[in-house]
Write a protein that binds this ligand. Structure first.
Ligand SMILES: [Zn+2]
Length: 398
């Protein structure tokens, strides 16, 4: 699903009927990004004929992608009718499996979650399979007339071309065919991807405006572990077997506060993931920490100025910055986006990350923008939904 960039859209406007679908995709994306917008404005900005825009808008309205929202301000003649994405109608079911929780979310074209079911993720694959089928089935049944598609985000390796889950290391599950079960049982198309890739796609389409305008960026997701999604030229870089982006296991220093999920104490994840941050806090208190403290509480304490919590986040930002610095040297991205709950403490970690990111042999070059995610606390939920929406926006009319 390659993203078309509006800044370059003019040169991409198709002149032949055979590639009218590309024009349709461009019009839809103008409405998505610039709404409310009138037909005349779309025509002016794209240099498409006004009649072509009107015909495409009619099609998109009939297909339920966009709607009219009344009249805008007149620039002389009749007041133009404004268009926007049609929201409030379910189009996507996101299935987000994380080590702790699994969320089945029903969302509209704007990425708004209309309804959701959340349950603790179990290590029992049979139970998980059943729960997911039941909940997806319930949404599909309630919205039988909707044009639903399913996106599945998993903390492991997925093959999006074949639609299979190859391996989820946290639970040791391999070759899980939940995608084809959903397709067979409910007749809904399914897209599956690794959680970090799914979040990177969501950042690309629905994230901070600086990221949406970017063609090359790296997304770092700080959660139970650390995941990275790499967007090159508007597409996820998956590598052979879909196994790229495992930078959570890059060597960033010894003697981490917790073992990595792979068992080593040298990995980035062992130094800068949520579990590393919580363990670092416990050792700052000489092990006297409340055993029930979690990352949410720790961030809250830090934001209220509790010294140990503040110092813990800054020390963790240091390690986050080391990893980011390495990624910048390797990829030379336009931007780096950081997602996860740690972003809530952005003011406390920003400077440390920035200093480390700027400290490399690239010191002659400008440091890429380092941006906190705009996707909120549960980026992977939006990631699962985003897999479907990105498909719809990238393939409208095909
Ligand atoms: Zn590791």
């Amino acid at each position: 699903m390659k993203k078309i960039y509006l800044a370059k859209a003019k040169s991409q406007i198709a002149r032949h009927n055979t590639i009218r679908d590309i024009n349709k995709q461009i019009v839809l994306n103008y409405v998505r990004v610039k709404s409310p917008i009138s037909r005349a404005d779309i025509a002016r900005e794209t240099s498409l004929q006004r009649s072509t825009v009107s015909a495409i808008v009619d099609e998109l309205q009939n297909e339920g992608f966009i709607e009219e929202i009344g009249a805008g301000t007149s620039t002389g003649g009749r007041r133009p009718t404004l268009l926007q994405l049609k929201t409030g109608i379910p189009v996507a079911i996101g299935v987000d499996v994380t080590p702790r929780l699994t969320t089945i979310a029903l969302a509209d074209l704007g990425g708004n979650v209309l309804d959701k079911k959340v349950f603790p993720t179990s290590g029992d694959l049979g139970y998980m399979n059943e729960q997911i089928l039941t909940n997806v089935g319930a949404f599909a049944e309630q919205h039988r007339n909707a044009n639903l598609e399913v996106g599945i985000s998993i903390p492991g390796i997925a093959d999006p071309d074949v639609g299979t889950i190859v391996y989820i290391p946290y639970f040791g599950w391999s070759n899980w065919d939940i995608g084809s079960q959903i397709e067979r049982k409910f007749g809904l198309p399914v897209t599956i991807d690794n959680d970090a890739n799914a979040v990177a796609v969501a950042e690309l389409w629905f994230g901070d405006e600086r990221i949406r305008r970017t063609r090359n960026f790296v997304m770092i997701m700080v959660a139970e572990g650390i995941g990275t999604g790499i967007i090159i030229d508007g597409q996820v870089y998956r590598g052979e077997f879909g196994a790229a982006g495992e930078f959570g296991h890059m060597f960033v220093g010894e003697n981490a506060p917790v073992p990595c999920s792979c068992g080593r104490y040298d990995c980035w994840e062992a130094h800068a993931s949520e579990k590393a941050i919580v363990a670092r806090y416990a050792s700052a208190l000489n092990g006297a920490a409340n055993p029930s403290i979690d990352i949410d509480r720790l961030i809250e304490l830090a934001r209220n100025g509790e010294t140990n919590a503040v110092e813990t986040l800054k020390a963790s930002a240091h390690y986050l910055g080391i990893g980011i610095s390495n990624l910048i040297v390797g990829f030379s991205p336009q931007a780096v986006v950081i997602s996860g709950r740690i972003v809530r403490a952005w003011e406390l970690i920003r400077d440390e990350i920035q200093v480390l990111a700027g400290r490399s042999i690239r010191n002659e070059l400008e440091t890429p923008a380092i941006v906190p995610s705009a996707l909120g606390d549960d980026p992977t939920v939006l990631g699962s939904v985003g897999l479907v929406l990105a498909n719809k926006f990238a393939s409208a009319g095909n």
